[in-house]
Design a binder for this molecule. Structure first.
Ligand code: RB5
Length: 150
């Protein structure tokens, strides 16, 4: 599995109850491929509030303690909106493999947000693999990304 991020650092992952099952499966898949994963919860499929997990994942990425982040909730909007409150986070909702590639190529996304209720698990895993294998294109996109922060 290609990982263009710093593999000395863990991948931060978090979800609410809607993303729990997919989080567990993605975590297992990454670990089986020799990658370190830091799980910020939820720890069970019981009802939970997505900001409680999206903030710690975002902080780990912002501080450089994690290589990149993976967040899941039902639509991916709750976790993405929360994560994008952090100035150095570019959290991108992905629902197709091409989108997972483009958010790295064009947006230098550092968190992938997956809508667990709207994509099949094999596609979610494929999108994580694409995200982590794709290098930011830079150039004109770097100029645009530099204009993002308020
Ligand atoms: C939980 O029911 C749901 O609201 C949450 O997972 C997410 O979709 C919110 O954006």
């Amino acid at each position: 599995m290609t990982n263009i991020f710093d593999d000395a650092k863990p991948i931060a992952i978090g979800c609410d109850h809607a993303g729990f099952e997919y989080k567990e499966a993605i975590k297992k898949h990454l670990a089986a491929n020799g990658l370190q994963v830091k799980d910020f919860g939820a720890a069970s499929p019981d009802s939970a509030d997505y900001p409680d997990f999206a903030h710690p994942v975002s902080e780990a990425v912002e501080k450089g303690e994690a290589a990149f982040g993976i967040l899941l909730c039902g639509t991916a909007n709750g976790v993405a909106i929360t994560a994008n409150k952090h100035p150095h986070i570019r959290a991108a909702i992905c629902w197709q493999n091409d989108v997972a590639k483009l958010v790295r190529l064009h947006n230098d996304a550092n968190i992938i947000c997956l809508p667990a209720r709207f994509v099949a698990l094999p596609l979610a895993i494929e999108m994580v693999e694409t995200f982590m294998a794709t290098i930011f294109e830079g150039g004109r996109h770097a100029r645009r990304v530099a204009k993002m922060t308020c």
